[in-house]
Ligand binder design. Sequence first.
Ligand code: ZN
Length: 176
Amino acid sequence: MNPHEIRIIGDPVLRTIGDPVDNVDGALVQLVDNMFETMYEAAGIGLAAPQVGVQKQFFVYDHGDEVGVILNPKIVESDGEWVFEEGCLSVPGLSWEITRPKTIHLVGIDLEGNEVSKEADEIEARLFQHEIDHLNGVLLIDHLDDEQRKEALGTLRKMNFQRPSSPPAPGELRLP
Ligand code: ZN
């Protein structure tokens, strides 16, 4: 199976809230494999299910020594403040300095059903917060102030991203 097409800002699936994953089956494992492939092909360090059109609460990531998939992730604690120039595979070519908590404590489950509990800092904490945003329909531009957002929306309009034209992948939910 080919990697997925990454959904671009303007695609309504990026604004939906994913359903919790309550069952890991072969289809999900296959989807996770494909998402890793898609992420590596795009040279990303994380990819959330809605970015490939799937309204589910999970993401894959590969940063440093940490590679994995986290289902139903939640941030249970966050601390500090850190400014970082942040981009997104669903908003290609653009990035903004965005302030977020510097450290987080994330919980979730892995593909084997084991509980995951992670203390993350700086880039890794940023990555997890970014992916969890995707699971809740939140995009980078939502973190900008009014003036920045106006400018960003103007830039995005000029870039005129096309809506996807490929047929839905198996197991994929696409909004009308
Ligand atoms: Zn993103």
